[in-house]
Design a protein around this ligand. Structure first.
Ligand code: SF4
Length: 283
């Protein structure tokens, strides 16, 4: 098991950090690039200063998101700095630039790479992601990374799938694809169209949520020991709530205790679900 264990980590502290809002895709259910485009991205210096502060926290892992983190020129500089301080580093990418960054990823010792794949073929994936060729690039990137990490245990490689009205019938095929590719894990999340209403036609109906849960559970049995499919009781509950944490449920919430979220503007929140409120702290 590598240092950014996919499944269970005890006493971890997870920083979900949207290091940029820039993106090279146009996903139909995402408003991040649009929402933050008029704000200045935080500088390398500010990011480094904040990483220094994180040094005080035991078992800290930073997970870069965006936007597309591989568009940020100092991504590996920041990652290297954090790695030298003993932190684990992961990131999520749409995969378009992945093939070209494989050397940087391996040299830096990135612990986890998560690639977004929303369809088992270009038709659905490229429709979701708004740009032709997105699927081919992402799959090529995954294959390249898998080839080059052959004799080492890191990075862990996972696929992240946004489950929507338009790919729900393809969900089983996407899990099959992930297993066939040989990635370590697949994380499936229900789409959460932004409050602006953009992409609201992508939302899952209650029936589709049930369908998704059935497929996830069935595939979990089929691929036991082959690929990690996120399907714990807590996770299924999360899926039933369509990705929103239900504060009335008795499930444990880590926000602010083991989890922080940072926006492209540098605002710090206990969880991304609060990121439309005014932040009390900005890095
Ligand atoms: S790749 Fe990510 S940041 Fe870019 S448009 Fe899609 S969901 Fe948004």
């Amino acid at each position: 098991m590598n240092t950014y264990q996919i499944n269970k980590i005890k006493n971890w502290f997870h920083i979900s950090w949207q290091i940029t809002s820039k993106c090279n895709l146009k996903c139909r259910f995402c408003e991040v690039p649009e929402r933050f485009k008029s704000y200045k991205e935080i500088s390398s210096r500010k990011a480094i200063n904040f990483i220094k502060k994180l040094k005080e926290i035991d078992n800290c892992r930073i997970f870069w998101g965006g936007g597309e983190p591989l568009l940020r020129e100092d991504l590996f500089y920041l990652s290297n700095y954090a790695k030298k301080l003993g932190m684990s580093i992961g990131f999520v990418t749409n995969g378009v630039l992945l093939k070209d960054k494989v050397n940087d990823i391996l040299e830096c010792g990135i612990n986890l790479v998560v690639v977004s794949i929303d369809g088992s073929s270009p038709v659905i994936h490229d429709f979701h992601r708004g740009v032709k060729g997105a699927y081919t690039n992402a799959i090529e990137g995954i294959k390249c990374l898998l080839t080059y990490r052959k004799n080492i245990s890191e990075p862990s490689i996972a696929i992240a799938t946004v489950a929507t009205h338009y790919n729900i019938s393809d969900l089983g095929n996407i899990i099959d694809l992930a297993a066939k590719l040989g990635v370590d894990a697949i994380f499936i999340r229900p789409v959460q169209p932004p409050s602006s209403g953009k992409g609201c036609d992508f939302a899952l109906s209650p029936n589709e949520v049930s369908m998704a849960i059935d497929v996830i559970q069935q595939k979990k049995n089929e691929y036991e020991g082959i690929i990690h499919i996120q399907a714990s009781e807590v996770y299924i509950q999360h899926f039933r709530n369509i990705g929103r944490w239900n504060i009335n449920s008795n499930l444990k919430c880590f926000a602010g205790k083991n989890f922080l979220h940072i926006t492209p503007k540098g605002e710090v929140y206990p969880c991304w679900q609060f990121d439309t409120c005014t932040a009390k702290y900005n890095i």
